[in-house]
Design a protein. Structure first.
Length: 493
C-alpha cells in the first residue's frame, strides 16, 4: 500500500494547508513540462497527484487513514511473528534489513542526485522562460501604453484645434459687431448733423407736409394768373406786356413745382430707404440670434454623434443616405492610401460604421440601440431644411439692407452736389431693379451730373434721348451727347 503522506513529505498529523502547500511545491518540481522525457519524474508526478486527490478530500483521507492503520497493524503483527520464529529468522531478518537499508541508501542517494539535477535544470529553464515572458509582457504593455498616449495626444491636439477655431470665430464675430456698431454710430451722427434732429422720420414727414402745402399755394397762384389773363384790357401793348410777364411767372411757378416735386420724391426715397434699413436691421438682428442658437445646437449635435458610428464618418445622426455614402467614399480614399497600422485600424472602424449605417434596417436597429427614433431624425431634418431656407432669406435681407444703405448714402451725396453719386442714383432709377423704375427721375439726376461734365452721365443722358426714356425721343441730341462722352474718354463697358 502506498504511503501518501510519505509521497508528499508529510506526517499523519498534517493539516489541509500543509497538504496543499507541499502538493504545489512537488507538482511544480516534477511537472512534465519542467522534466520533458523523464519517465521517473512523470511517475513521481502521477503519485503526487494521486496522493493529493486522496489527502485533500476529507472523506477519502479518513478512509485512507483507516486502511493505513490497518496495514501498519498487519505489518507489526508480521514483525512480531517473525521475532517469535527464532534467532535464525531474526538473523535472516536482520540481514535482509541491512541489505534493504543499503539498497534504500543507494536509491535515496540516486534520487537526491536526480532531484538536484532536476531542480537545477528547472531553475535554469524557468529563469530563462520567465525572463523571456517578462520581456514579451513588458513589450506588450509598453506598446499598449504608447498607443494610448499617442491617442490621448491626438485627442488633445484635436480638442485644442477645436477650441482655437471656436475662439477665432468668437473674435471674428466681436470684430464684426464692433465694426457694425461704429458704422451705425457714424451714420447716426451724420444724420443728426445733417438734420439737427433725432427724430429723422418725423422730420421727413414735416418736410413732405410743407412741400405739399407749398404746391397747393402755387397751383392757386397759377389759377389767379389765368383769371387775370382773361380779364386783361384790349390795349395790345399792355396785353403783350401782361402776357410776357405772365409767361415768365408761369415758367417760374412750373420750375418751383418741378423742384418741389423732386424734393418730395427725394424725401420719399429717403424715408423708404430708412424704413427698409430699419426693417432689415430688425430681421437681421433676430436672424443673427437664431444663427447663434443654431450654431450651438450643431455643436451639441456633433458631441452627441461623436462616440457613435456617425461620428466615425464625421456626420450628424440626422445625415441622409447620400451624405453617408459621400463621407465614406472620402474617408475610405484617405485611409486606404496609407498602409500604417493606425490608418488600417481607422479603415476597419470606418468599414464597420458604414456597414451598420448603409443598410436601412441595420441603421434603424443601430439608431434604436443609441436611443434615437425615426421620428426624431425626421424632425431634425425638417429643422435643417427650415434653417437653410432661413439662411437664404437672411442673405437676401443682408443684400437688401446693403442696397438701401448704399441708396441712402448716394441720395445724401447727390443732394450735396456729388456728380458721381448723381450719376449712380440716376442709373438706379433707370434700371429699376430694387426701386421702382422712374425714367424722369433718372433723367433729372443725369442732367445734374452732366452740368458738372460727368462722362458717364453724358453718355447715359444721350442713351435716354435715343430711346425716348424720360424725355422726348431725339436721335440728333442723343448722338451729340454720345460723341461728347466719347471725346471725354468714356467707353461703355
Amino acid at each position: 500500500m502506498k504511503n501518501y503522506y510519505a509521497i508528499l513529505g508529510l506526517s499523519g498529523t498534517a493539516t489541509d494547508e500543509d497538504v496543499k502547500r507541499n502538493y504545489r511545491t512537488l507538482a511544480k518540481r516534477y511537472h512534465p513540462d519542467v522534466n520533458p522525457g523523464n519517465a521517473e519524474s512523470a511517475k513521481k508526478f502521477a503519485d503526487i497527484n494521486e496522493a493529493n486527490a486522496v489527502l485533500s478530500d476529507p472523506e477519502k483521507r479518513k478512509a485512507y487513514d483507516s486502511e493505513l492503520r490497518a496495514a501498519h497493524a498487519r505489518a507489526n503483527a508480521a514483525r512480531a511473528q517473525s521475532a517469535a520464529g527464532g534467532a535464525q529468522q531474526a538473523a535472516q531478518t536482520m540481514a535482509q534489513m541491512q541489505m534493504q537499508a543499503q539498497i534504500q541508501a543507494q536509491i535515496k542517494a540516486q534520487v537526491q542526485a536526480q532531484l538536484l539535477g532536476v531542480r537545477e535544470r528547472a531553475f535554469s529553464e524557468g529563469y530563462e522562460k520567465g525572463k523571456a515572458d517578462g520581456k514579451a509582457i513588458s513589450k506588450q504593455v509598453y506598446g499598449q501604453e504608447a498607443a494610448r498616449n499617442k491617442l490621448k495626444a491626438k485627442e488633445y491636439a484635436r480638442d485644442r484645434s477645436e477650441l482655437e477655431e471656436e475662439l477665432f470665430e468668437r473674435d471674428r464675430e466681436l470684430t464684426k459687431s464692433a465694426a457694425r456698431i461704429r458704422e451705425l454710430e457714424e451714420q447716426l451722427g451724420w444724420f443728426r448733423k445733417a438734420t439737427g434732429e433725432n427724430q429723422i422720420t418725423g422730420m421727413f414727414a414735416d418736410n413732405l407736409k410743407s412741400s405739399a402745402s407749398r404746391a397747393i399755394e402755387l397751383k392757386k397762384e397759377i389759377e389767379r394768373l389765368s383769371v387775370s389773363q382773361i380779364n386783361v384790357n384790349n390795349n395790345p401793348s399792355a396785353q403783350l406786356d401782361r402776357q410776357k410777364r405772365m409767361k415768365e411767372e408761369l415758367t417760374a411757378v412750373n420750375e418751383k413745382l418741378d423742384s418741389l416735386k423732386r424734393e418730395i420724391d427725394d424725401w420719399k426715397a429717403k424715408v423708404r430707404a430708412k424704413q427698409q434699413i430699419a426693417e432689415a436691421d430688425k430681421y437681421i438682428t433676430a436672424a443673427e440670434r437664431k444663427a447663434r442658437d443654431w450654431a450651438n445646437k450643431q455643436k451639441a449635435d456633433a458631441l452627441l454623434a461623436k462616440p457613435t458610428h456617425y461620428g466615425t464618418l464625421g456626420l450628424l445622426i440626422w445625415a441622409t443616405s447620400e451624405e453617408i455614402n459621400k463621407a465614406y467614399e472620402k474617408l475610405y480614399k484617405l485611409y486606404s492610401d496609407k498602409s500604417d497600422p493606425e490608418n488600417a485600424a481607422k479603415l476597419l472602424k470606418l468599414k464597420t460604421a458604414f456597414a451598420a449605417l448603409s443598410d436601412s434596417k441595420k441603421r434603424e436597429e443601430y439608431n434604436r440601440s443609441i436611443g434615437i427614433s425615426t421620428q426624431r431624425i425626421e424632425t431634425e431634418r425638417k429643422l435643417i431644411r427650415e434653417n437653410a431656407a432661413a439662411q437664404d432669406e437672411y442673405r437676401g435681407k443682408l443684400a437688401t439692407r446693403a442696397f438701401w444703405v448704399h441708396f441712402d448714402e448716394l441720395s445724401a451725396l447727390a443732394l450735396s452736389g456729388d456728380a458721381e453719386a448723381q450719376n449712380a442714383l440716376g442709373e438706379i432709377y433707370y434700371k429699376g431693379e430694387t426701386v421702382q423704375r422712374d425714367y424722369v427721375q433718372a433723367v433729372y439726376w443725369f442732367r445734374e451730373a452732366v452740368a458738372q461734365k460727368h462722362p458717364a452721365a453724358i453718355y447715359n443722358l444721350g442713351a435716354c434721348y435715343l430711346m425716348g426714356h424720360g424725355v422726348t425721343k431725339n436721335r440728333g441730341i442723343g448722338l451729340g451727347f454720345l460723341r461728347q462722352a466719347d471725346n471725354l474718354g468714356f467707353r461703355k463697358s
